[in-house]
Design a protein around this ligand. Sequence first.
Ligand code: GLY
Length: 382
Amino acid sequence: MAPGVSGYDLRCPSHKCKIGGVGGVTMRVAVVGGGVVGLAVAWRLAAAGDQVTVYDPAPGSGATGVAAGMLAPVGESRFGEEPMHRLLLAGADRWPAFAAALTEATGHDLGYRDEGTLLVALTDDDLRTVARLADFHRRAGLTVEPLRAADLREREPLLAPRVRGGAFVAQDRQVDPRRLAVALRIAAEKAGAAFVGDPVTRLSDVDGADATVVAAGCGSAVLVPGLPVRPVKGQVLRLRATGDAPPLRHVLRGHAANRSVYVVPRRDGEIVVGATEEERGTDVQVTAGGVLDLLRPAVDLVPGLAEYALVETAAGSRPGTPDNAPIVGRLRAGVLVATGHYRDGVLLAPITADAVAAMVRGEAPPDEFRPFGPDRFPGVST
Ligand code: GLY
């Protein structure tokens, strides 16, 4: 696809190279892992004319199927991680054109919304936390509008009367990761990618490819010995309005008596409430305590949620790394890795796809990826 109405040019990540069907070499690429990252890579490469095979017994069923899909470059990052901020902001910049191109390619509704995020504080202590976060957003270059309690409730009437105040971050967006995964698979298949359901337990299970991209989230550590990716458990709830309850309009990042929660309303009436962050190895059991830790602050901030149906509880494993940053780069000739996206897999999927598309051809990835190669970790088996 040429640069279309969406402005997302699928031919070339850097706008410098010519790849695949556009006058370059066609590569045979194996993508191991069909989460949002692997699927975005597969679509990117297949649309550029490469022969792509995705290996995953159940694409979209891992962390992608649990994720809330907030596209929040600052809300999901930590104080003092400057190179990571640059990457997250660059990742967010890609999203509007990426979403438009994917919708155009598939006709599929991604649940993409850009009403922005409200930071909400319940108590005076929480208000100080929100003020610090608002300042953090501002220093990262985002526009943040402080809001008094009355202004907050005017924008979001379902907020509790005792909410003390907050702020509005206009640039934050959201997408529904489940819809996104379906659309990416359709787009990749339309572009010629093949899907194989056999599990891959060793990279030698994949043969005949010019390049193999390991994008298997936490499972990447099994395929690449020494890769420091570990599961970080997240429990997430899905609610649905009953009767004619009025809808929420904005993503809420709430702070209620020093407990934090996010509440993500979809246009179809689903509300995602998340997420715990737990070091529990591969355990993905939903616990009563986890549900309580999410529902208590959510209902304190939006009392009407207590009347909603609790339609799903789920837990997934985020691929965490020692420095909370992704691992994207070349491991050895013909093998690349794209994993460790931790809390930002959905946000970073488009820019990761651009990076991998460049590196498959020996091109440099976008500058923002320079600090995040596997070579920063000694002991990764190459
Ligand atoms: N990105 C939200 C989370 O990981 O909980």
